[in-house]
Design a protein around this ligand. Structure first.
Ligand SMILES: [Fe+2]
Length: 298
């Protein structure tokens, strides 16, 4: 599959008002309610939305929306899924219109993580103007950010993403989150698609009830990361990990809770990679400095 980027992400919510406040006042995104009133579109750039919060009977992650290079790449991707016996559901014209794309399809990975494929996003190129003064989010060719998904059937999932979806390994990690040597090491593998973002997806070897470990969005300057941290405190949102810098993608970020029950990483200065020059490495620690996840467990 010729996946060009993580175009959008959907989230399920029992209470859209919680997300309206969180997205506008903490994340600094523009919030638009759809006409039917059953979803919020969160705008981060010139596209009408990058996050779609859908009214549901649960709080949690929805799906990753992967952008294909065009109609031929879209049809090719569907044919490849069908060849590997992965059930694919083509979206109706109305569903594609709701996502504001030319065509849409849905499928799941071996652990039931949901994915959508699309091509040709519709956009009016209206400027992004943050309600709280965020200068901008780093998107464009790099996609909207990255998602880390639970993959208890780790090896099956890894093979699926590489062999069926055509994602490539960026780097690997094996970590314990406590100093207890009895804690089993868990694998996290970082995968990229056809753009320079270090990873658009990572797989974590553990089940997660919300359906997502974390979602990452990147802003253009460190100043806006610090101000987001201030807004998190001011709005009573719980910190999940302190400010720090990752080893692999060099992102300077912090983690906080979302109303979806998963974390959101808010960062800047993520590395852009020339894949022809890159060689993967396995790290045994998460970060150069900071990123104390024990604060989230307290
Ligand atoms: Fe991350």
């Amino acid at each position: 599959m010729d996946i060009r980027g993580l175009g959008y992400v959907t989230v399920q919510s029992r209470d859209l008002q919680q997300w309206r406040r969180y997205a506008g006042e903490v994340l600094g995104m523009m919030v638009v309610e759809v006409a039917a009133g059953d979803a919020l579109l969160l705008k981060m750039d010139e596209r009408p939305y990058r996050l779609c919060i859908e009214q549901a009977d649960r709080d949690g992650f929805g799906a990753c929306g992967w952008e294909l290079a065009g109609v031929e790449a879209f049809e090719q991707a569907l044919a490849e899924l069908e060849q590997t016996d992965v059930p694919v559901q083509r979206g109706t014209t109305a569903e594609a219109a709701a996502r504001q794309v030319q065509a849409l399809a849905r499928f799941q990975d071996p652990d039931g993580n949901r994915h959508e494929l699309f091509w040709g996003p519709r956009q009016d190129f209206a400027r992004f103007v943050s309600p709280v003064g965020v200068q901008g989010f780093v998107t464009g060719e790099l996609g909207m950010g990255h998602a880390v998904l639970p993959a208890p059937s780790f090896d099956r999932c890894r093979a699926f993403y590489e062999e069926v979806m055509g994602l490539r390994l960026s780097d690997l990690m094996k970590v314990r989150f406590t100093s207890d040597p009895a804690e089993p090491e868990k694998r996290i593998h970082f995968l990229h698609c056809n753009n320079a973002r270090h990873h658009s997806l990572a797989l974590f070897e553990c089940p997660v009830p919300s359906g997502c470990v974390h979602l990452m969005v990147e802003v253009t300057r460190l100043d806006d990361v610090g101000r987001a941290l201030d807004r998190m405190h001011a709005n009573g949102v719980k910190l999940s990990a302190t400010l720090g810098q990752h080893l692999n993608d060099e992102m300077v970020s912090f983690y906080m809770q979302t109303p979806g029950g998963f974390d959101l990483e808010y960062g800047c200065h993520g590395k852009q990679v020339d894949w022809s020059r890159h060689t993967p490495f396995e790290s045994t620690v998460v970060s150069q400095w900071g990123h104390d996840f024990s604060v989230g467990r307290q």
